[in-house]
Design a protein around this ligand. Sequence first.
Ligand SMILES: [Zn+2]
Length: 288
Amino acid sequence: MTRHTFAFFLFILWAAPSISAGTLNVSIKSAAEQGEFVTASFETPPLEEMKISFMFLGSTAPCFPDPISPNRFQWTCLAAVPANALTGKQRYEIAPYGDPAFHGIIRIKKHKFPVETLTLSKEKKDLLKSGDDKDDEVKLIRKLFKTETSEKMWAGKFIKPVQGKIESLYGEKRILDGKLRENYYHRGLDLGEQHGKPLFASNGGKVLSARMFTEEGNMVMLDHGRGVISLYMHCSAMSVKEGDLVSKGQEIGKVGDTGVASTPHVHFGIYIHGTPIDPLFWLSHSPD
Ligand SMILES: [Zn+2]
């Protein structure tokens, strides 16, 4: 290294803002219930490497920065607390921040989810069996859930896709043919509505997928950005296609009973970084 490059190297070290875990002021709640989500937020100066992750409950997800002044960024990290999340004290980490990374504890409280007995026709039950086509569908859905768009496409509170009657809650366990389905919990909210009624985008976003799946039926998936995805299953018709931009309240399809559904309803799901949370909790608490 020449004297000049060495001086330049020292200058870079001096000029690049750094933050140690000790100086980070994180706003985060200390407890959450199964089915909810948590938000962590904090400010930093512009950083050399504008990449920060939030690690919680075994998953790692990106945090996203918003400039709030010429030399200040506000970061927001979201994490799902699914129905089957481990309860008790759980550690989170914000990295890369210091060594060890900035960390803390969130207490996860148990939520008692109802158990529902389900009756399905043989024809619908057959759709639950796996097959090659279904494996491909599962792979595709998993891939879509990995979508992380830095642009925030939603504004204000999310809305219900149809008014409808709540027929099944998030987190419900199910008994089918007298047997409790192992490792299963209902990953969305079922809203019963008349066949053919319009259903609406819960908030602004981009259509990730609008196609027919074996179990889900005609399903529309919307990417709202920053790891938030909403989905709408069992549609009788879909009026959007992959890549379309939609606004909050825009019609995206019609209510139906395609896929595994015994009556016309919308299965409405909200996923945070690929993990389903309680849509009712999200509707009342979604960050603006
Ligand atoms: Zn459902």
